[in-house]
Design a protein around this ligand. Structure first.
Ligand SMILES: Nc1nc(=O)c2c([nH]1)NC[C@@H]1CN(c3ccc(C(=O)N[C@@H](CCC(=O)O)C(=O)O)cc3)CN21
Ligand SMILES: CC(C)C(=O)C(=O)O
Ligand SMILES: [Mg+2]
Length: 335
C-alpha cells in the first residue's frame, strides 16, 4: 500500500511531472485494492456495493456507512471517501433548496437530484427518498413513484417514512423488485402530527410502538430500516430483535450502521445555525468556503488577482501589429 496521497502522486507522475488532479483521480480509479477494507482515496475503483454486499457486512457485524448527497459533487466526494451507501434524502429540500421543511419538495425535484447524484457516484449503493405525497395514498401510488425513482432517477433503492401503516406499500414496492429502506422513529415528513422534530420512543408505549413498526417493515420485505432520534437502548434492542440492518441517526451506537446529512457533518452551514444534538461536526466547510470567497473578493478589489501567471500570452509582433491596425480601423469608422 502506498503511504498517502503524496506518495501516490510521486509514484505515478514521476518527480518532474506537474501535479494534475484529474490524473491522480484516474490513477486511483485504475489502482487495484489489495486489502479487504477500503483505504481512503482508493474507493473510486471499488466494486459496486449491492444488496448482497450490505447483507454480508450485516452478517459479519461490520458497521454500514451512509451519508446524504444532493448533487454531483457531494456524491462524488462521498464515493471518494469510501461510503457504502448514499441517500438522496428529502432533507435536500432544506439544505439545498432553502425550503422551510421537507414536505414541500416534489417527486419531480427529487428525480433531478437523484439523477445528478447517480452520475457522481458509481460504487456506493444509492437510495432515493420518496417525498411526502408520493406514496401514502395507496400501494399503487407508492410503487409508481418508486419505479420513477429507479427508472428516471437511476437509484438502486427507495426509502419511505412510516411503520405498520406503510407495510402494504413496502410489500408492493419490494414485489416490483425494488429494494426498500424503511424509516421509523422521528419521521420529519410527519412533523405536524408528531408536534415537531421530537425524540421518539421515550415511553414504554412509544418504545413498544417502535418495535412493532420495525417488525412490520421487516415482515413487509424492507432490506433495512432507518431509526431516527430514539434513545440508544431502544434502538439497540430493536436492532437485536431484527434480522435486517438498522441505520441509526440520533439512535446511538448499537445500530448496524449510521447515516448523517452531509452538510451537517461537514459543517457546511453558517455559524449559529441550530443543528440536531446527534450531529457531530467533522469539518468546517462553511469556514473554508467563506474564507476562500473572501480572499478572492479582496484580491479582486486590490487588483492582485488575476496575476501574470493567470494570463494568456501573445507574440510581441502580433500585439504591435494589432495596436496599429486597431487604431486605423477605429479612425476609419469615425470618419
Ligand atoms: N440538515 C438537516 N439535518 C437533519 O438531520 C434533518 C434535516 N435537516 N431535516 C429533516 C430532519 C429533521 N431532523 C431533526 C431536526 C432537529 C432535531 C432536534 O433539534 N431535536 C432536538 C430534540 C427535540 C425534542 O425532543 O424535543 C435535539 O435536541 O436534538 C432532530 C432531528 C433530522 N433531519
Ligand atoms: C436524515 C435522513 C435519514 C433523511 O431521511 C434525509 O436526509 O432526508
Ligand atoms: Mg428524509
Amino acid at each position: 500500500m502506498t503511504s498517502g496521497v503524496l506518495g501516490v502522486q510521486r509514484t505515478f507522475l514521476g518527480p518532474k511531472t506537474r501535479f494534475v488532479p484529474e490524473r491522480l483521480d484516474s490513477y486511483l480509479r485504475r489502482r487495484p485494492v489489495h486489502s479487504s477494507h477500503t483505504p481512503l482515496g482508493s474507493s473510486t475503483n471499488r466494486k459496486k456495493v449491492t444488496l448482497q454486499t450490505l447483507q454480508a457486512m450485516y452478517s459479519r457485524q461490520e458497521p454500514i456507512t451512509m451519508i446524504t448527497a444532493h448533487d454531483f459533487p457531494s456524491a462524488h466526494v462521498a464515493e471518494h471517501a469510501g461510503m457504502d451507501m448514499i441517500l438522496v434524502g428529502d432533507s435536500l429540500a432544506m439544505v439545498a433548496l432553502g425550503m422551510e421543511d421537507t414536505s414541500e419538495v416534489l417527486l419531480e425535484e427529487m428525480l433531478l437530484h437523484c439523477k445528478s447524484v447517480c452520475r457522481g457516484a458509481k460504487a456506493p449503493f444509492i437510495v432515493g427518498d420518496l417525498p411526502m405525497g408520493s406514496y401514502e395514498v395507496s400501494p399503487e401510488q407508492a410503487v409508481q413513484s418508486a419505479i420513477r425513482l429507479v427508472k428516471e432517477g437511476r437509484v438502486q433503492a427507495v426509502k419511505l417514512e412510516g411503520g405498520v401503516e406503510m407495510a402494504p406499500a413496502i410489500a408492493k414496492i419490494t414485489g416490483a423488485g425494488i429494494p426498500v429502506l424503511a424509516h421509523i422513529g422521528l419521521t420529519p415528513q410527519r412533523q405536524n402530527a408528531l408536534g415537531g422534530f421530537r425524540v421518539q420512543g421515550k415511553s414504554v408505549a412509544g418504545a413498544l410502538k417502535l418495535l412493532q413498526d420495525a417488525q412490520a417493515v421487516q415482515q413487509a420485505g424492507a432490506f433495512g430500516v432507518v431509526l431516527e432520534a430514539i434513545p440508544e437502548p431502544v434502538a439497540t434492542l430493536v436492532t437485536k430483535k431484527l434480522q435486517i440492518p438498522t441505520i441509526g441517526i440520533g439512535a446511538g451506537n448499537g445500530c448496524s450502521g449510521q447515516v448523517l446529512v452531509q452538510v451537517d457533518m461537514s459543517g457546511y452551514f453558517p455559524p449559529g445555525r441550530r443543528i440536531p444534538k446527534f450531529v457531530k461536526k467533522f469539518g468546517d466547510l462553511w469556514g473554508e468556503a467563506s474564507r476562500a470567497i473572501e480572499a478572492y473578493r479582496e484580491e479582486v478589489k486590490a487588483r492582485s488577482y488575476p496575476g501574470p501567471e493567470h494570463n494568456y500570452p501573445m507574440a510581441k509582433e502580433e500585439l504591435e501589429e494589432f495596436a496599429k491596425v486597431a487604431d486605423k480601423m477605429l479612425a476609419e469608422k469615425a470618419s
